[in-house]
Write a protein that binds this ligand. Structure first.
Ligand SMILES: *[C@@H]1O[C@H](CO)[C@@H](O)[C@H](O)[C@H]1NC(C)=O
Ligand SMILES: *[C@@H]1O[C@H](CO)[C@@H](O)[C@H](O)[C@H]1NC(C)=O
Length: 360
């Protein structure tokens, strides 16, 4: 019995240590291998008005879009749990002394301009949003497309009602500490509005830049754009594309398609009269997706989709991108970025949901 008890104690200790690692976590609060992606569905699907908080979930262990785990509990509470609930709540505190966090969103800008016109609101709200949370060993970068989603543990996690109408994506990747030194450099191009940061003194030697960004200091950039390779904790490769507002071009057509050397199908939120048409004039084409068909008869039009992603048209180019920019003229003046992955599971999950696009 003593032996068994000891074993149990050891087991408990191991588990405890493991679960304390800062990592992307699924809706059940368990660490996921390399990343998870959430595709929150819009309220207005074709032929159906839905709750606006149901979503599809993807990570490496599930392999394809999942509804089943969550459909029984399609509720506001669950959306919050997966996006900002357990994942952050368990991790934020009490570790705040040894971990660094930085939350960014366009919350105040939205609030400032929301009264002007609906147009102004939507233009401004297309800025990057997300969370960095890590310690000296590892952590995660969660980026999403949900304006007004903020996370203050003491206030609870409220999913904004403005985020229910359109669909949105959220991408979370777990990285080792060293990778965050690159990620923070990438952040300086995005120049997001950080609304809450904690950069403990032990990080300042290497991450002074983040502390400055958090204070709102405008960084001096050596170029208009920057591409960086990132590797997740498990060695999964990503390309991070970031551009400052000085780089005046559609990021998909002018940069990402030629670098990835692929004809791209691009799903972004496009308002009537503001969209950039499919571009067939360069060697690599950029084509607008118009309709999405996720499993479980989630069929919807792109104009209810606030997510921003791309996949190559050809099935042999197994990559995708997910990020902050719409194919819209006004967005050429934004600092923002895209994270491109080379994972066949993610590629397949996105390529298969393209229902209709405007081809060349
Ligand atoms: C950031 O969040 C922490 C914890 O919720 C809170 O104590 C602090 O006041 C916040 N800081 C700002 C500047 O909002
Ligand atoms: C295609 O994209 C390039 C780069 O953004 C741009 O210069 C060109 O004018 C676009 N062509 C059309 C027909 O819009």
């Amino acid at each position: 019995c003593l032996c068994l008890c000891l074993q149990i104690v050891v087991l408990l200790l191991c588990c405890k240590e493991h679960s304390a690692d800062i990592s992307c976590r699924n809706g059940a609060g368990e660490p996921v291998d390399w990343c998870f992606i959430i595709y929150k569905l819009p309220r207005y699907k074709i032929g159906e008005v839905a709750s606006g908080v149901d979503y599809m979930y993807l990570d490496s262990s599930v392999g394809s879009w999942q509804t089943s785990n969550f459909q029984s509990r399609i509720s506001r509470e669950h959306t919050e749990t997966a996006l900002y609930g357990k994942g952050l709540q368990d991790q934020y505190f009490p570790q705040s002394k040894i971990s660094l966090y930085a939350l960014y969103n366009d919350y105040s800008l939205c609030l400032t301009l929301v009264c002007v016109t609906e147009k102004a609101w939507t233009v401004v709200c297309a800025h990057p949003a997300g969370v960095l949370l890590f310690d000296h060993s590892q952590g995660f970068w969660l980026s999403h497309s949900i304006p007004l989603l903020s996370s203050f543990p003491e206030r609870g996690y409220l999913y904004p009602s403005s985020g229910k109408v359109n669909s949105h994506t959220a991408l979370c990747v777990t990285y080792e500490y060293q990778q965050f030194l690159c990620i923070v450099k990438q952040m300086s191009y995005l120049y997001p509005r950080f609304y809450n940061c904690s950069v403990p003194a032990t990080f300042l030697a290497e991450l002074l830049l983040l502390a400055q960004l958090c204070e709102g200091t405008i960084p001096l950039l050596p170029s208009e754009r920057r591409m960086e390779q990132l590797f997740s904790l498990r060695g999964e490769k990503f390309f991070s594309f970031v551009k400052s507002e000085q780089f005046l071009d559609d990021i998909y057509t002018g940069w990402v398609a030629p670098v990835l050397d692929a004809d791209l199908l691009v799903e972004t939120w496009q308002r009537l009269g503001h969209e950039l048409p499919s571009n067939c004039s360069l060697p690599k084409h950029t084509m607008n997706i118009r309709r999405i068909q996720l499993p479980a008869s989630a069929l919807f039009h792109s104009h209810y989709d606030h997510s921003k992603w791309c996949v190559p048209r050809a099935y042999e180019d197994q990559l995708n991108c997910l990020g902050d920019l719409n194919r819209e003229r006004a967005q050429m003046w934004h600092g923002a970025g895209l994270l491109s992955s080379f994972n066949p599971v993610i590629y397949k999950a996105f390529r298969e949901v393209v229902d209709w696009y405007i081809g060349c």
